[in-house]
Design a protein around this ligand. Structure first.
Ligand SMILES: Nc1ncnc2c1ncn2[C@@H]1O[C@H](COP(=O)(O)OP(=O)(O)OP(=O)(O)O)[C@@H](O)[C@H]1O
Ligand SMILES: [Mg+2]
Length: 285
């Protein structure tokens, strides 16, 4: 059995793995990953046990958007003071959170052995969940790429800004085609209208297809909406804070599209694959 396993091949540990994973990524910062993860995690948790993992290590703020104040973060785990399962924070009945830690330099530049250890611990933890949603840091850090490569499904968030679209393409380029996997999903956030979102999605798809040989799948768009800003400041996921606003309405539709695609993927285990990817990096170093 090749290690990490080839995509699409049966894996011996599959019976022990339960959670389906979704990583939310972007090229440029501030495109709306955390806002999106916060609302999607709440909506997934209405269906099944969900773990929101703040993978924006060192500058995580997923807990803020859930209105939570966890006692411990991944910073405590790395420092050896806590185990991963002991820092799980309950946001609501079906939704747990692993907080990313804020202002912890060691987290921001996670070493490969630390990433491998994190993957091993997550592998144990994720058995208790149906879904793991990872809110990743922007850009192409090794940590974010590690999460993106290890996840069953990927959602890339961009705005229609040229720089954000260029960076989304750059992310796809570095990530490369995930053989045998469904294409990454593409969300256009903060668009003025559907025409603007469609034009942005088509532009990214065309360039990706031409130069990378694959294209992300456009699964929806979210309008620019002041309620999103307000929900962040109120520390509540948008779909709870203002369920009737236009952006929340968009998120309900996007959730349906995302869930359908996530459910169609075989759960391979985010933690296992994170650890396996880190082990390969160590061997090649
Ligand atoms: N559709 C929207 N309409 C209006 N404002 C929005 C919208 N989406 C996001 N924002 C604003 O953008 C801010 C940044 O969003 P968010 O924190 O989700 O980005 P991010 O991609 O997670 O950033 P980072 O790369 O720093 O992690 C939010 O606090 C909110 O004020
Ligand atoms: Mg964020």
């Amino acid at each position: 059995m090749p290690y990490p396993p080839e995509h699409g091949k049966e894996e011996p540990w599959i019976g022990a793995v339960r959670a389906r994973s979704l990583c939310v990524v972007s090229g440029k910062g501030g495109t709306g990953k955390s806002v999106t993860s916060a609302s999607l995690a709440r909506l997934f948790s209405r269906h099944a046990r969900t773990l929101l993992f703040d993978a924006d290590l060192g500058v995580g703020n997923a807990h803020i958007l859930q209105g939570s104040a966890p006692k411990h973060t991944l910073g405590d785990v790395l420092g050896g003071n806590q185990s991963l399962d002991s820092i799980v924070h309950r946001c609501e009945e079906n939704l747990d959170l692993i907080a990313g830690g804020s202002g912890v330099a060691r987290l921001a530049a996670l070493s490969v052995p630390d990433l491998a250890a994190l993957g091993d611990n997550l592998a144990n933890l994720e058995r208790d969940y149906s879904y793991v949603i990872a809110d990743c840091g922007a850009g192409i850090s090794e940590t974010t790429l590690g999460f993106a490569r290890a996840s069953d499904s990927l959602l890339i968030v961009t705005t229609p800004d040229l720089t954000a679209m260029t960076d989304a393409y750059a992310f796809l380029k570095v990530l490369g085609k995930r053989r045998g996997d469904a294409p990454p999903m593409l969300l256009i956030n903060r668009a003025q209208d559907e025409a603007e979102a469609a034009a942005a999605a088509a532009r990214i798809a065309n360039v990706s297809k031409r130069f990378l040989g694959f294209a992300p799948e456009w699964i929806g768009w979210v309008p620019e909406d002041r309620s999103v800003f307000d929900s962040v400041n109120q520390r509540r996921p948008l779909v709870l804070h203002a369920p009737d606003c236009v952006a929340a309405d968009a998120f309900f539709g996007i959730f349906a599209n995302v869930q359908q695609r996530v459910d169609s993927q075989h759960p391979r285990g985010l933690g296992l694959r994170l650890a396996a990817g880190a082990a390969v990096s160590l061997r090649m170093a």
